[in-house]
Design a protein around this ligand. Structure first.
Ligand SMILES: [Zn+2]
Length: 130
């Protein structure tokens, strides 16, 4: 079984859930929270995007094409795959803000503070059934 979700108001964007998402051992809400976090991150304004990266990563510079490159200034991540890319790291941070804020606060307090400031202390997943 595969379920496709089209988050509004961007119906051309979809999240695809595979069978493993429905395993008893998995938390489906948390999986969705993580995938929606990727969308929330993608949809930040250019200014917010830069602010967030500057808050989480210590060094930035432009590569040969002028694209900004961010280098992490820390070794601790809520999930190991956060080391691979800021996109994954920030989706993990938002997921932890929603599902395990205590751990996020311990590991990456700058991310906790930024997410709380940007999305508000009551930021959470809502159940919408139409
Ligand atoms: Zn991800």
């Amino acid at each position: 079984m595969t379920i496709r979700i089209r988050p509004q108001p961007v119906p051309q964007l979809e999240i695809v859930l595979f069978d493993s998402a429905f395993d008893q051992s998995r938390n489906l809400a948390r999986i969705l929270g993580h995938e929606l976090a990727h969308i929330a991150y993608r949809d930040l304004s250019a200014q917010d995007h830069d602010d967030l990266l500057a808050a989480l990563y210590r060094f930035e510079f432009n590569d040969a094409s002028g694209k900004k490159i961010y280098i992490r200034g820390r070794n601790k991540f809520v999930e190991e795959d956060g080391k691979l890319s800021p996109t994954e790291d920030i989706a993990n941070d938002i997921e932890y803000f929603l599902f395990d804020p205590k751990r996020l606060k311990e590991v990456t307090p700058t991310a906790f503070d930024w997410i709380k400031m940007h999305f508000g202390a009551n930021f959470k997943l809502e159940r919408v059934i139409k």
